[in-house]
Ligand binder design. Structure first.
Ligand code: NAD
Ligand code: UDP
Ligand code: UDP
Length: 344
């Protein structure tokens, strides 16, 4: 029998970057949280500090397989999010997006739970509509290197809406735009972690292409707040809804900002600044900026943290990580104990 006033919430991918922050937020609100993760990119180390909380439980489980638990809400975040990792085993990426969604929807159906899908701006592909609104159907290559993720997430959205129409499931679909902040894995391969780690280690900053492509970066606390607001919104609001920071930056500008914050005032054309240009990965979207009008209207949400402030906090986090790097036990300094599993 329940002896607490909160809800029983499942967070799949709870040991990952967004999942960890979300688990912390939900625990802070007095909910019981079951983190379901196979540690593919997430880390046991991430959630170690939550284990002392009696409301927190962790289950090592791959959501491509059925899961029978009782719960009131499900946040479905399980899926590698960095291009480097989702392209490492692309078939598994599609499986977790599609089979994982079916299992979590089946679970939600059986226990009548509300379920939120962590979808992505990648459903818009390389967008020809700018900024992107939810009404835009996207421009996605179905057979490219990013397709395992893009099409997997698009199919997951389809499944969510079919379970809603067919089984009256209470669903919420968030289209998450690039998010960053403390807790990112240093070797995650995403642009913010790459640039900061390179700058802190005195290495060259690798800008892909000419750096003219754009992204809009949302601080993790803002994103978690948006996800929780979406879950708590009235049942007739399903989304999809864009969650992201609408302030758009070129990648070169991001490199300049990181260098300025880490090393002091420099310009990339100055020789001492270590920007190098590397080939642009295939299908890399040229521009990305969310229209967040719907989130403002329906959720009363908009990001509060400006990029420079958010980067300062993220740089502080990575600085502490670099200082403690030599203390990391083997297997924990890399992205996820999933790698440890593959080595066996
Ligand atoms: P992450 O890689 O840090 O976390 C993903 C988590 O899912 C990891 O803990 C990983 O071990 C777990 N996982 C992967 N496959 C699994 C499986 N089969 N079963 C159980 N657990 C599994 O990524 P993140 O940045 O925290 O992203 C979380 C979610 O948000 C993802 O679904 C991602 O697609 C979505 N998203 C993130 C961003 C972003 O900028 N961070 C942007 C758009 C969408
Ligand atoms: N499922 C699950 N947990 C549950 C209920 C279902 O993991 O508590 C899985 C189940 O294995 C199934 C999937 O969810 O393959 C879809 O369930 P649904 O009831 O929609 O489909 P069905 O079982 O009728 O194929
Ligand atoms: N990028 C870069 N250098 C890096 C990593 C990424 O220039 O070291 C670029 C990448 O080509 C893309 C943008 O930064 O244009 C964002 O990349 P990320 O992998 O973070 O996320 P994406 O939005 O592409 O999924």
């Amino acid at each position: 029998m329940k002896n607490f006033s909160g809800k029983r919430i499942v967070v799949t991918g709870g040991a990952g970057f967004l999942g960890l922050h979300l688990c912390e937020r939900l625990l802070g609100e007095g909910h019981e949280v079951l983190c379901v993760d196979n540690f593919y990119t997430g880390r046991r180390r991430n959630i170690a500090r939550l284990l002392a909380n009696p409301l927190f439980e962790v289950l090592r489980h791959d959501i491509c397989f059925p899961l029978y638990v009782e719960c009131d809400e499900i946040y479905n975040l399980a899926c590698p999010a960095s291009p480097v990792y989702y392209q490492f085993d692309p078939v598994q990426t599609t499986k977790v997006s599609v089979h994982g969604a079916i299992n979590m929807l089946g679970l939600a159906k059986r226990v009548k739970a509300k379920i939120l899908q962590a979808s992505t701006s990648e459903v818009y592909g390389d967008p020809v509509v700018h900024p992107q609104t939810e009404a835009y159907w996207g421009n996605v290559n179905p057979i490219g290197l990013r397709s395992c993720y893009d099409e997997g997430k698009r199919c997951a959205e389809t499944l969510f809406f079919d379970y809603h129409r067919q089984h009256r499931l209470r669903i919420k679909v968030a289209r998450i735009f690039n998010t960053y902040g403390p807790g990112m894995h240093p070797d995650d391969g995403r642009v913010v972690s790459n640039f900061i780690m390179q700058a802190l280690r005195g290495e060259e900053i690798t800008v892909y292409g000419n750096g003219g492509q754009t992204r809009s970066f949302c601080y993790v606390d803002d994103m978690v707040d948006g996800l929780v607001r979406l879950m708590e919104s009235p049942d007739d609001f399903t989304g999809p809804v864009n969650l992201g920071n609408p302030v758009e930056f070129t990648i070169l500008r991001l490199a300049e900002l990181v260098i300025k914050l880490v090393n002091g005032e420099h310009r990339p054309e100055d020789p001492e600044l270590k920007v190098v240009f590397a080939p642009l990965p295939s299908d890399d979207p040229a521009q990305r900026q969310p229209d967040i009008g719907l989130a403002r209207e329906k959720l009363g949400w908009e990001p509060a943290v400006q990029l420079e402030k958010g980067l300062e906090k993220t740089i502080e986090y990575f600085k502490r990580l670099v200082e403690s790097e030599s203390d990391l036990p083997r297997g924990e300094e890399r992205a996820g104990s999933g790698e440890w599993e593959r080595e066996q």
